[in-house]
Ligand binder design. Structure first.
Ligand code: AKG
Length: 329
């Protein structure tokens, strides 16, 4: 069984629903250690630059790259993040692995080798991630790639696969998991390690244009987590591994500081990591633009968040205007 720690949240909390409450709840009960979740993380944050380093997305990312992304649904962008950010994110990631948050998943079953650590909303608990969201180039990258006017953070997520991890990242698109409607939904997946092509994320080129809504399961294979009667009618993800003659896969060798940008409808997945590979750490941020609204379809991640006491206090069709989803300038 995957270790799921949302049960630590007091069930009574789920009945509250105002956004003021959400934030104080996130900072108190839900995320019991707001920001600076450990000595090392606090130390890393202390000497962090307080001013936003200059970054200009329109000169750093070419029009050709934006068009390529629009065509393929995924792209690698090289070295847009300073080593400072990487060092600090690595420290915070280690801290998070020791002190995970309430939405953390450990996808490897007990007794299996390796570790696949997957956690969300780190920016609410680690000052490093909070600063990264507001001051790193990530928001500007997302805005440029979606040709947006404004961007909001949807949430952030840490993925760590240790050597020997058998679990694959199953083929999926993010859109099927998310309680969102709209086109301007983009992830920036930042490599914290050197990642060889054999263990990196693979994308089905152009699959964002399929706009596939598929049935979802947890990465640990838990079919019940997202089960709902109405999502039962959704198709499964096609067996991409059996379609090699029909699809083209995109994948890139990456160095720390390289990032992948992918559209929420892009189908992607990744293999496990052999025991003699190095670890594969990545920090993903999910961004939404002005055309995105709240769509709490049954069988999405929304209900897992709700169970954990995270009521977004939005009505279907609302834009994601909430301090939980900060607009970043
Ligand atoms: O890093 C991984 O293995 C999964 C990443 C992923 O699915 C995502 O960022 O949407």
């Amino acid at each position: 069984m995957a270790m799921r720690r949302v049960g630590a949240v007091p069930p009574a909390a789920a009945s509250y629903s105002c956004s003021h409450f959400i934030n104080s709840f996130l900072r108190s009960k839900f995320f019991s250690r707001p920001y600076c979740a450990g000595v090392s993380n606090a130390a890393a944050a202390a000497d962090m630059p307080t001013t936003r380093p200059s970054f200009d997305a329109s000169s750093s990312i070419s029009e050709e790259e934006v068009q390529k992304f629009e065509e393929d649904g995924a792209i690698v962008l090289r070295q847009l993040f300073s080593s400072d950010w990487l060092e600090r994110l690595c420290i915070a990631a280690e801290d998070n692995m020791k002190n995970p948050g309430p939405l953390c998943d450990e996808h490897e079953k007990p007794g299996q080798p390796g570790r696949f650590h997957d956690d969300q909303f780190l920016w609410q608990r680690h000052e490093t991630m909070h600063k990264f969201i507001h001051e790193s180039p990530a928001a500007q990258i997302a805005r440029r790639m979606m040709r947006g006017k404004h961007v909001r953070l949807f949430y952030d997520q840490l993925f760590v696969k240790e050597p020997g991890t058998l679990s694959v990242t199953p083929w999926h698109n993010d859109h099927s998991y998310w309680q969102l409607k709209g086109e301007q939904i983009i992830s920036v997946w930042l490599a914290l390690d050197s990642i060889s092509e054999s263990v990196c994320l693979n994308y089905v080129k152009g699959s964002h244009k399929w706009k596939l809504m598929h049935r979802i399961s947890s990465f640990s294979g838990d079919q019940d987590r997202y089960k709902s009667s109405s999502s039962e009618s959704l198709p499964d993800v096609p067996d991409i591994d059996a379609m090699h003659d029909k699809v083209e896969l995109l994948r890139w060798k990456m160095e720390p500081g390289d990032c992948l940008v992918h559209h929420s409808f892009s189908i992607h997945g990744a293999p496990g990591i052999s025991a003699n590979s190095s670890r594969r750490r990545a920090y993903a941020t999910r961004w939404v633009g002005d055309d995105v609204t709240f769509d709490p379809r049954p069988g999405t991640m929304h209900y897992v968040w709700l169970k954990a006491g995270l009521d977004l206090a939005l009505q279907p069709g609302n834009p994601l205007k909430s301090t939980l989803f900060p607009e970043v300038h």
